[in-house]
Each structure stands twice: as C-alpha cells, then as structure tokens.
Design a protein around this ligand. Structure first.
Ligand code: ZN
Ligand code: ZN
Length: 378
C-alpha cells in the first residue's frame, strides 16, 4: 500500500497520468496504476500533474529589510514545491537563513551572495572588501545540501565604481569549486552587458534576461546584440527573474520570435512584488510566457527539469520512480486576465494557470485560493 495515490490526472500533453508516492519518494508513474493507498487524490480527468515546480530566483530570508519574504508564502500556497533564494544572504549570515529554511514546508535552497551580508544594502558590491573569498569557500563546504551556487549582482547601483571586477572575483571563486553554479544579475551599466557576458561560460545563469533596460539584450534597432547570441550559443543559461523591474513583454517577444528562448522561468519574488504585483507568483509569470507564445509543454520543463539541472538539485525536476515525491497539480482555465510587465505594459492572457495542490516529499498542501497566499495544510 502506497501513502499517496494521485489518480485520473493528465500530463501536459493531455494523456492520462497517475502517480504514487511512498515514504516521500515517487514509486510509480503511469497512465493507470490502480494501487491501494492510504490517501487518494482523484483529479477526475480535469487537472494536470507535473513534477513539483521550482522557482530558481526568489528572496525569502525574512530578516532582511530590502528584499524579504517567507518560503511558505511564496512556495507551497503558490504551487511551488522548491525555491532557490538568489543571494539574499552572504557568507556571514547564510547560516541563520539555513536554520530557518530547514523547518519550512517548501524546499529551500540558496545561492550565496559573494558580498558577505548579501543584500543588506542595495550596493553590496560597491566595496570589494565585502567579498570574503575564504568565508565563501567555508560555507560552501559546510552547507553543500543547502547552498547550490553563488550569486553576483552586476549592475550600476550594486557595484558602484567597481565595474566588472566583482564578476571576475566570482569567476575565480567558482573556478575553485568544481561545477559550482553561478547566477549573474544584469541591469543598468556599468558594467556594460558585453563585458558581463564575455566573462560568462556554459552553464552560468544570466538572470533578468528580458529586462527592458538600455543595457539589455537588444540594440537600438531592437535586434538581439551579437554578444548576446554568442553567449546563448556557447550555453549561457537565460533566466527570467521577472522582479519589480526586470521583465519586459516586448523584449521577451522579440527574443522568442528570433529563437532565443529562456532556459528557466523564475519570479525574483519578494513580499512587495508578491503583494502588489507585478509578480504575484510563479503561475502568473508562467501565464505571461503563454501570452508571449511559449506552449505549456515548453513552459513546464522551465520550472521543473531545467532549473533542477542548472542548479544540480538531486531528486528534483522529473516525475519518475525514485525521485522525490514533489508534485504540482494545476488546472488550466480559459479565462481572460490582464497581465502587466515590470514597465507597466499589459497583455491579455486567455489561459490562467491555477495551482491546486503542492505535494512536497509526499505531503499534500492545498494551493491557490486567496491572493494573500495563506497556507492551509489539508
Ligand atoms: Zn537582481
Ligand atoms: Zn533578485
């Protein structure tokens, strides 16, 4: 007898799909399982079943003043089973974050900011003395199951006079840790996007890829810059990182038409852009990608297998026997909804993605409902 049997669901391509979970792991996946179970969720052929959604760019260390939130506000109530905090904390405060994060219902991982206190102030990389390389190596060694990479924010307000130097230091730190993922935030110059991209290698993650700023991926004629194509072709991974200020419909549409597609879809969510928009949650960001022309079949890997691969999350990202019992169940509703990007431009979505359940390690949480995302264990 299994612990949880999810029956009469469907895959993203519409085929019948059922999943069984036992002792926190997926033990069966198929069109029709007919297993005995302690608990059954019957989806009556209406809802989709996917691997648990992963949002690889969030801010959820509650003790910060600038960008903070709570894992169990942005996670399971939103249908997201796993979040990766993108550099809210640095080597000197990530231990405290770990203590909080290990007790949450939502799976939490973190990228350690190369600046020692993370984003305590907006300009965390304006003083290079805050990059304590030895401390970073120490925390990477101490929390290998929590810290899955490093983060460098490379834009004018963050780096001050330091231009590209913080990224050079980040690459140096990365080189001493085999296959360590690196996420790089981009924004206004300096540093110039060209210099940032020239330092990035295959597997490095470029977040805020479709921002609408002058120093973004498009030139003045709204064509994709050559240096961007070069980075894309050598395997730099493009991540949405929507945020308050970093997602522009037109940029995303031009990129999609040109064949430059993102690898991962993430929110850059924190309390303010969750409560008052334009982010709200991962599902809303996914709806925007539907509007831009990505299909549901393209979108789901971007919140499951792709982020799991980019950040080496073992046991995550796939609905397969032996994987962690992390599952997201959602409906697709034909309904018009006005969606807004970070620059105030709008589009009308005709399909809404409504998470119903988030299942984490076989534990079931009801998702959706109230916009305030209050958590209800069921
Ligand atoms: Zn950022
Ligand atoms: Zn961020």
């Amino acid at each position: 007898m299994v612990d949880l049997y999810i029956k009469n669901g469907k895959s993203v391509t519409g085929e019948p799909l059922e999943v069984a979970i036992e002792e926190g792991k997926i033990t069966a996946v198929g069109e029709r399982l007919a297993v005995e179970a302690k608990e059954i969720i019957d989806l009556e052929h209406k809802s989709f079943i996917t691997a648990g959604w992963i949002d690889d760019h969030v801010h959820c260390y509650e003790k910060m003043n600038l960008y903070y939130d709570y894992p169990d506000e942005i996670g399971v109530p939103k249908g997201v089973t796993t979040v990766i905090d993108a550099g809210t904390t640095g080597a000197e405060n990530i231990a405290d974050f770990y203590q909080i994060a290990k007790n949450t219902k939502t799976n939490v991982y973190a990228l350690v900011n190369i600046s020692k206190w993370g984003i305590v102030e907006q300009d965390e990389l304006a003083d290079l003395k805050k990059i304590k390389e030895e401390l970073i190596h120490q925390v990477l060694k101490k929390y290998p199951d929590f810290i899955v990479g490093i983060k460098a924010r490379m834009s004018k307000t963050v780096v001050g006079e330091n231009d590209i130097v913080p990224l050079e230091l980040a690459k140096k730190i990365q080189a001493k840790n085999e296959h360590l993922p690196l996420m790089v935030h981009i924004g206004s110059a300096p540093p110039n996007l060209k210099d940032t991209l020239n330092l990035m290698e295959q597997g490095d993650v470029l977040t805020h890829c479709y921002n609408g700023k002058e120093n973004g991926i498009l030139d003045e004629e709204k064509n994709i810059k050559d240096v961007v194509w070069d980075a894309y072709r050598r395997g730099v991974l493009f991540d949405i990182g929507h945020g308050t200020d970093s997602f522009n419909f037109e940029v995303a549409e031009i990129a999609k038409k040109a064949g430059l597609v993102c690898e991962t879809i993430s929110t850059d969510i924190y309390h303010r852009n969750r409560e008052t928009g334009p982010v709200y949650d991962l599902a809303t960001t996914m709806e925007k990608m539907l509007v831009i022309g990505y299909s549901l079949q393209e979108i789901i890997p971007m919140v499951t297998s792709h982020p799991a691969k980019a950040f080496h999350l073992k046991g995550k990202g796939h609905l397969a026997v032996g994987m962690d019992g992390d599952v997201t169940i959602f409906n697709l509703e034909n309904k018009e909804k006005l969606v807004t990007d970070s620059n105030g431009f709008t589009r009308t979505a005709t399909e809404c993605i409504k998470p119903i359940y988030a299942i984490v390690g076989g534990k079931k949480y009801r998702a959706g409902g109230e916009q305030d995302g209050s958590l209800r264990k069921v």
